[in-house]
Design a protein around this ligand. Structure first.
Ligand code: 6GU
Length: 241
């Protein structure tokens, strides 16, 4: 997969692209990342990319011309274009999977108070990574790159993403490693039992309890499997839920 990032601040990505799973995936050629400096497309002597908003108000707005010239310099027929915006659709794991099938992603990062709204018509979608405001789209684009690149074939061990939070609609069960007793805090007995069927059931139970507690919205929307329903009914009977 190729990812093109349009930004005024490519230096923000240095460490991110050279570290851990993302760094390795790029070294292996699983993902290729290129940057386009939007300012290179500004034509005036001061290389301005922004101007005052029509109608007044504070801050600056990024202009159509440099942004769209930058976009058109890289956009091809197989490109999927996303504009990072706090006013976009909420980003989800489902979307990460959809994006992982694309040949070419273009991530457009605005700064200042935003972009001229006519730019919205030139992208496939506006995306937001959560209900808060960032100073620019760069961190959001890194969130998207990270979540997509790790799903690409060869990036991390196959199967290791399947039981994670959000993959089946419930949060992931708690994990433990050595020692079994850390300063009096003990690992749940069942995990030391070697009884794989019981461990699997315990993990599902923990996922259900954790999701109900931390994310009642996900819990409500979840379509429980037959196996999960059985565990849920038992938890209700035991008064745990
Ligand atoms: Cl994608 N951009 C900005 N500037 N702020 C955000 C965001 C994006 N998602 C949440 N907040």
């Amino acid at each position: 997969m190729k990812i093109t990032v349009l930004t005024l601040f490519p230096e923000m990505y240095e460490d991110f692209l050279h570290t851990s799973i993302i760094g390795r995936s790029i070294d292996r050629g699983i993902a290729e990342v290129e940057f386009v400096q939007i300012r290179d497309f500004a034509h005036d002597a001061y290389r301005h990319v922004d101007d005052h908003p029509f109608g007044g108000g504070h801050g600056q707005v990024m202009k159509c011309q440099p942004v769209l010239d930058a976009l058109h310099s890289v956009k091809k027929e197989n490109s999927y274009t996303m504009l990072m915006s706090p006013a976009g659709h909420p980003y989800t794991q489902k979307k990460a999977h959809e994006l992982s099938d694309k040949d070419h992603l273009i991530l457009l990062c605005g700064h200042y108070e935003g972009l001229d709204a006519r730019i919205n018509e030139e992208v496939d979608e506006l995306v937001s990574i959560g209900d808060y405001v960032l100073t620019g789209g760069e961190l959001a684009s890194m969130v998207i790159m990270d979540s997509v690149i790790r799903l690409l074939k060869g990036s991390i061990t196959e199967g290791s993403t399947e039981e994670e939070s959000y993959e089946n609609g419930l949060l992931e069960y708690p994990q433990y490693t050595q020692p079994a007793d850390y300063e009096g805090k003990k690992v749940p007995e069942i995990l030391l039992s070697g009884n794989h069927a019981k461990i699997k059931e315990w993990r599902t139970e923990q996922s259900i309890l954790l999701t109900k507690k931390e994310r009642p919205d996900l819990f409500k929307a979840h379509e429980f499997t037959k196996e999960e329903k059985k565990i849920l009914q038992r938890l209700q009977k035991e008064g745990k839920i």
